[in-house]
Design a protein around this ligand. Structure first.
Ligand SMILES: [Zn+2]
Length: 189
């Protein structure tokens, strides 16, 4: 997926995550998500972010190659654990959380556009998912529109109908009228 598409998808994912109550809805969160959606491609100097920091992307590219270690779900996983260790679970409800959402959106998008090492270090090698759209192709454009439609629908369910799908239930819980278990109260305090 090309850089612009990653940004659009990352920002849309963060907006949906904020509708679900996972991250705050703010400019800082959306900008962090945009940065996170470009960060995995620091492993190539031909990317939108990588070409701006060739002193980093060039050696990284030589060291690990493209769409490998930086495209593992373990990276946002470790960052999330580090964040929780540093600031507690409430640390995820911040622009840092938006960065992680953007990062994950990049990996999911690359899974559908050629594949990447999403499960590294559990499994080496590229994992690819349908619809196998080629980067920069019309099919990628259609995929992006489809994803945006899905995210928009999920946001609608969360915001308008207040009928959050089970997989969007979050620890931060609903801030909109539903009672929360006591141990979740600390997240939004
Ligand atoms: Zn990538």
């Amino acid at each position: 997926m090309i850089g612009r598409s990653h940004i659009v998808l990352g920002v849309a994912s963060a907006a949906t995550a904020s509708a679900a109550g996972w991250v705050p809805f703010s400019l800082a969160t959306l900008m962090s998500a945009a940065l996170g959606s470009l960060a995995p491609d620091l492993d190539t100097e031909r990317s939108m972010l990588g070409c701006r920091v060739p002193w980093l992307s060039r050696p990284l590219s030589r060291l690990v190659g493209h769409r490998t270690v930086t495209h593992s779900l373990a990276v946002p996983g470790v960052l999330a654990l580090a964040l929780i260790g540093w600031l507690g679970a409430a640390g995820l409800y911040s622009p840092f959380g938006g960065f992680l959402v953007g990062y994950v959106s990049h990996i999911v998008a690359d899974l559908m556009t050629g594949g990447c090492w999403a499960l590294y270090p559990l499994a080496r090698g590229r994992l690819a998912l349908w619809p196998h759209a080629k980067t920069g192709s019309f099919r990628e454009y259609l995929l992006l529109l489809f994803c945006l439609g899905g995210l928009g629908y999920m946001s609608y369910l969360c915001l308008v109908q207040n009928n959050r799908p089970a997989f969007l239930q979050s620890a931060t819980g609903s801030h909109r009228g539903r009672s929360l278990p006591k141990h979740h109260m600390a997240f939004i305090a």
